[in-house]
Design a protein around this ligand. Sequence first.
Ligand SMILES: Cc1cc2nc3c(=O)[nH]c(=O)nc-3n(C[C@H](O)[C@H](O)[C@H](O)COP(=O)(O)OP(=O)(O)OC[C@H]3O[C@@H](n4cnc5c(N)ncnc54)[C@H](O)[C@@H]3O)c2cc1C
Length: 407
Amino acid sequence: MTQAESGHFSSSDVAIIGAGPVGGALACRLAAHGKRVLLVDHAALPPMEHPDFDGRAYAIAADCKKLLEEAGLWENLPYPPCPILDIKVTDGKPGAPPSPLQLQFDHRQVGDEPFGWIIEARSLRIAINRRIHADNNILLLAPEQVSVVRRQESVTLRTPSGQTFAAQLVVAADGRSSRLREEAKIPVTRIPYRQSAVVCAIAHDKPHEGVALEHFLPGGPFAQLPMSGTDENPNISAIVFTDRPDLVERLKLLDNARFGAELSKRLGPHLGAIRPIGRRWTYPLSAMHAARYTAERLALVGDAAHGIHPIAGQGLNLGLRDAACLAALIDHAQDDHAQDLGAAELLSAYQAERRPANLAMLAATDILDRLFSTNQPLIRLARDLGLAAVNRMPRLKRRFMLTAMGK
Ligand SMILES: Cc1cc2nc3c(=O)[nH]c(=O)nc-3n(C[C@H](O)[C@H](O)[C@H](O)COP(=O)(O)OP(=O)(O)OC[C@H]3O[C@@H](n4cnc5c(N)ncnc54)[C@H](O)[C@@H]3O)c2cc1C
């Protein structure tokens, strides 16, 4: 019998639509602080499934690790996160050595903490799925669809079988094609990139030493992110790189040996011999931003509100920061005995804190991509000199590092 069938609770503080990494983490964080959460996803979320290694990973900034700790997820990740100790930014062409004018960030310049951690996407999925089934403060409906009616006094959610639930606030965590955002008629600005991303993992001969590489190539950025090794493959990195969509389609069809050779051409020799492992994923790239993050008793979080270029690996971090902000405002509302978690003041405070911050990151990643995804000799020279100049400016470098860590 599910929690819903047992009549566990039909009135919740907050209803969250979408149990992806952002909605799932928000539900766990709110539940850990005693809130009663209704969590709905149209996909099945099996609690015990241990999918095979699939090669996808997230870079989690230091402040977002805190949210995952508070949500009881970090310590329950089944595969260990890998700390990012250094970041190297280089400029080059496939098959040619990187420009000697480089930018290097060493975490020791800002303290003992790593810049962030790389976690496997399946590791976060497993931790979330276990917790949302086990937490008595979460009523999980999955796979399930609900209709949502928002009124001035409360929100009503209804399943096709006629079960109804009430909540003070509904959170849209239902991803880029958010149905709740569309129903609220919130317009979206989209920026198409004529690029697609390839996401995969590689095993390599030499250790990565916790160094992440961002190598700017004319077709788009190429990132190598250090991952924790396994018994079978002690040295593993995640790869995210962007290129022209037609080229990415061709790369997708190559056999492993030829695909590995293409990766080596872009990566350079520093990791020794490499071998692709896990699956190969490809995504067309675009950025998007919602004109508003709120409507009556509705808050948008994560990809429902914004999508950015993966150049800096920040997409999920922005969503986790949305979740942390909303959770803190909800805690505060209850501490103040104001109690109404769907109040207009709470929602406008949420939008005021998160929308400008997310827009700034969207603009920064957009500019970086445009600046680096060109082969024009003058622009290349200017950006190489820029990288080398920033490398010699310790205060500016420190500021960049703290921003990347979410501080
Ligand atoms: C190539 C690529 C690489 C990336 N790399 C990184 C990285 O290194 N670091 C990083 O921080 N971010 C990265 N990102 C971004 C990151 O993947 C997203 O920001 C993140 O997945 C957003 O999570 P979310 O929970 O908001 O949405 P989603 O992951 O889209 O989850 C939405 C959830 O809602 C559910 N849902 C949808 N519609 C409904 C509905 N109508 N009813 C009920 N449920 C519904 C879905 O089943 C799903 O569970 C990358 C993205 C791309 C494309």
